[in-house]
Design a protein. Structure first.
Ligand SMILES: Nc1ncnc2c1ncn2[C@@H]1O[C@H](COP(=O)(O)OP(=O)(O)OP(=O)(O)O)[C@@H](O)[C@H]1O
Ligand SMILES: [Mg+2]
Length: 323
């Protein structure tokens, strides 16, 4: 069991209307069906009501929804393209849909840990796990029911050197320690630093899905091409079988660059491009500044990350990019 963090996410549940939208059931039907799983399907905190993740899980499972059992990493060698934002919001929304999620922050900048309210240079991080000072279970912190985090800090900056100097197989430096706790979670969501580092190679070796966020600028596109090539090389070198999913973020339909680069991506990478994409939204920065998540608001950020989450979870297929 992970140790509990002091910080908790406010209003961490799925609203009845969001559940109704996913399942296409009327509110009355939902309330009646949910009563089988809990006498009080709605919880109320700060005068808001919704369904807690555990009940959502039981309910959706009864309807035949299945939770993937996967490691999903967010990678891109170009900085600032929304890796952390996307890892955070995908993991949180998946948890609200009932998935048991472990976040792993492998960027020494520790932005993901910060977004989840964990800022402490003394906490054990991945380098301590690699050096066998602690286990994954000991390093994991419970953020919410169903959301754990193995945080990062500047202490992880020596990770690559430790891996290169160690006699152990560096390619297994993520997959091997995870073996002992994988069965506790549905999704292991990994945020990475923008580089083709040794630790990122180990992340790729552990991943079932690599999500590559891209922005509407030329440098982002160049980074994507290089990253795709590198992943292909790793695939053949280590005999891997992961899916690459490109996630278009910071899209602004009023900008020519956004429209052109999105069209280019559809043409060049259609099979890897996620159908859902993320629009530019001030809510992303506001939510981080205010220390809350985006899913209790009705903003484009919520709508877009909800669609991305459902697409990655395989929960529904009825959305397409309209240009
Ligand atoms: N859809 C969006 N609309 C507006 N701003 C966004 C959006 N997505 C991310 N941002 C902002 O862009 C900046 C970079 O995002 P983020 O930190 O997620 O990128 P990153 O790829 O993780 O960066 P790094 O490579 O430094 O780790 C942040 O300030 C974030 O708030
Ligand atoms: Mg980041």
């Amino acid at each position: 069991m992970a140790q509990a963090a002091n910080h908790h996410l406010q209003d961490f549940f799925l609203s009845l209307s969001d559940l109704s939208e996913l399942t296409q059931k009327s509110m009355d039907q939902l309330v009646s069906e949910l009563s089988q799983f809990s006498e009080l399907p709605s919880v109320s905190r700060n005068n808001k009501s919704g369904v807690p993740p555990k009940i959502v899980r039981q309910y959706l499972s009864s309807l035949g929804y299945r939770y993937p059992h996967q490691v999903v990493s967010f990678q891109m060698l170009k900085g600032g393209v929304s890796k952390t934002t996307s890892a955070l919001n995908f993991g949180l929304r998946a948890a609200q849909y009932g998935a048991r999620v472990l976040f792993i922050d492998l960027d020494q900048q520790a932005n993901l840990s910060f977004c989840l309210g964990v800022e402490d240079e003394n906490l054990p991080v991945w380098v301590d796990i690699v050096e066998k000072k602690v286990s994954c279970e000991q390093a994991a912190i419970q953020i919410e029911d169903g959301v754990d985090l193995i945080p990062s800090s500047l202490n992880n900056s020596v990770l690559d050197r430790v891996l290169l100097n160690s006699q152990r197989n560096f390619a297994q430096a993520v997959a091997q320690p995870l073996k002992s706790i994988k069965s506790f979670y549905d999704l292991i969501v990994i945020d990475t630093a923008p580089s083709l580092s040794v630790i990122n190679t180990a992340v790729t070796c552990a991943s079932a899905v690599v999500v590559l966020p891209i922005n509407p600028d030329k440098f982002s596109l160049l980074g994507l091409v290089k990253n795709m090539q590198d992943l292909e090389e790793l695939k053949s070198e280590f005999n891997l079988d992961f899916a690459k999913k490109i996630l278009f973020t910071k899209f602004d339909g009023r900008e020519t660059a956004s429209r052109e680069i999105l069209s280019h991506c559809i043409e060049k990478f259609e099979s890897s491009l996620l159908k859902s994409y993320i629009r530019t939204s001030s809510e992303i920065k506001n939510s981080i500044r205010e220390g809350r998540h985006i899913f209790s608001t009705k903003t484009s950020a919520k709508i877009d990350y909800d669609l991305v989450t459902c697409e990655l979870l395989g929960f529904r297929r009825d959305h397409a990019i309209d240009q």
